[in-house]
Design a protein around this ligand. Structure first.
Ligand code: BGP
Length: 479
């Protein structure tokens, strides 16, 4: 397998999932600090108060990264550590912490990749302004980012604007399984549009302030396949790709929404305000690269129109249900129906394992948008067992090997891939699944109930990735 000489072999994390120190040194609360207090929302009511305490262990962790030979580390900055109220006074201790982390990485020849927003909005911006549904957030996000561009612009080459906008808007505003705990499809599309504006405006500002470096969003991409070659199923897959992927990527890269989906939303009264000025903003905020998080895609068949018909009747009798939990006006039901893929195995959490889908995804995204791609996440969540002080996670090695082989093939196909950030370096908090859905190369001795030890233990996969990095991918096993 041939990888470019400067390929960034990396790993990734997010502030809320690793840092802990949730109220130390002047940090304000985030919407996740609040949301995780609501009983039953997260597994065993786990939260990020301590997480894996990267805040106090960062030197130890970066030492392990250096030992592994890691070339890049993607992490996120917590907005409420920099601005406890989301706006106004800067918390110097917060800036200092990230400066120490960045300097420590650079000292060890590890490229820092900074995510500006990985879901932990300052709580104050939710309570005071209503969060992302308010256009005011666009300017506030730009101001927060300005501080970081001015402070760290000279040290950081790669910046990620939003992590998985598709995921946090859907889970936060449609399915009420993330903050702000809303279940209203119309509000989701409105909030999503505001985030698009924030993304585009911040990219414009970045290009002004840090013209020589690169910025882009990280998108959770999954290719959608038709269940059969029946043209109706193929059309459903086209619909699903437009609804799940193009809906975001077209806006990032081209500045407009896919027409078919816009029309459907209008028909369902789920449309939102787009001004002429908005369109200008979106067009002017083109990213320099696309971050792709890849876990799995999906499979669909043609929707059952009988069901849709009944649903419509239902809506007519009670229009208020449009905004209710039942999601009566589900756009999907007009476009596709999700089904199992009979060819793919699944993880312990039911996520399909599809390495070839990774190559397909990279090819599709590149040929469509012609931007270099940074793989900002990919990895396997699994139950790891600590036995005689060791963790033999061969399943993770197999997973990563097979996915990286497909990345290598995509590169050979002509896709410019800048780097690969495995999710994750150390074990960390899974937003909804607590601490035993583990992703790391480094085991952290804690569970859902106790964070007393936090000892770091290298897993088998640590040594494996070290070998892969050292051989620049040469030691990947093509099966
Ligand atoms: C992505 C997020 C990450 C991470 C990962 C694994 O969607 O960007 O923050 O959590 O998924 O997800 P989970 O923890 O649900 O297994």
């Amino acid at each position: 397998m041939k990888f470019p000489n400067d390929f960034l072999w990396g790993a990734a994390s997010a502030a809320y999932q690793v840092e802990g120190a949730y109220n130390e040194d002047g940090k304000g609360l985030s919407i996740w600090d609040e949301f995780s207090q609501i009983k039953g929302k997260t597994k065993h009511n786990t939260n990020g108060k301590v997480a894996v305490d990267f805040y106090h262990h960062y030197q130890e962790d970066i030492k392990l990264m250096a030992e592994m030979g890691l070339k890049a580390y993607r992490f996120s900055i917590s907005w409420s550590r920099i601005l406890p109220n989301g706006e106004g006074e800067i918390n110097q201790a917060g800036l200092d912490f990230y400066e120490r982390v960045i300097d420590e990485l650079l000292k060890n020849d590890i490229e820092p990749i900074v995510t500006l927003y990985h879901w932990d909005l300052p709580e104050k911006l939710q309570t005071k302004y209503g969060g992302w549904e308010n256009r005011k957030l666009v300017d506030l996000f730009v101001e927060y980012c300005r501080i970081l561009f001015e402070k760290f612009g000279a040290k950081i080459k790669y910046w990620v604007t939003f992590n998985e906008q598709n995921v946090f808007t859907s889970l936060g505003y449609r399915w009420a399984s993330h903050p702000p705990n809303v279940s209203d499809t119309k509000r989701m599309f409105q909030a999503n549009h505001v985030v698009n504006l924030a993304n585009a405006k911040v990219i414009q500002l970045f290009h002004k302030l840090v013209p020589n470096e690169k910025i882009g969003p990280s998108f959770g991409y999954g290719e959608v396949y038709p269940l059969t070659s029946s043209p109706a199923d193929v059309l459903a897959a086209v619909n699903a790709n437009q609804f799940n992927n193009d809906w975001w990527l077209d806006v990032y890269c081209r500045g407009y929404y896919p027409e078919k989906i816009l029309r459907l939303l209008k028909k369902l009264h789920l449309d939102f305000e787009i001004t002429a000025e908005d369109l200008k903003v979106l067009k002017a905020g083109k990213p320099d690269f696309l971050g792709i998080n890849y876990y799995h895609g999906g499979t669909v068949k043609a929707p059952d129109f009988e069901k849709v018909k009944n649903q419509k009747d239902f809506d007519k009798t009670d229009p208020y249900l449009m905004a209710a939990d039942k999601q009566a006006a589900s756009p999907e039901s007009y476009l596709f129906e999700s089904v199992e893929n009979p060819y793919l195995d699944k993880t312990n959490w039911g996520w399909e394992i599809d390495p070839i889908g990774f190559r397909i995804a990279l090819r599709q995204v590149y040929e469509k948008y012609q931007l270099p791609i940074m793989i900002t996440e990919n990895g396997l969540g699994a139950f790891d067992k600590l036995e005689d002080g060791k963790i033999n996670d061969q399943y993770r090695i197999d997973y990563l090997n097979d996915h990286l082989v497909q990345v290598g093939k995509a590169i050979a196909d002509g896709v410019p891939v800048l780097g690969f950030c495995a999710w994750s370096f150390t074990d960390l908090l899974s937003w909804l699944n607590g601490y035993d859905k583990r992703y790391g190369f480094v085991y952290i001795d804690r569970d859902d109930y106790s964070a007393e030890n936090l000892t770091r233990i290298k897993k088998q996969s640590f040594y494996w990735y070290q070998k892969i990095i050292e051989s620049n991918g040469g030691k990947l096993e093509v099966k």
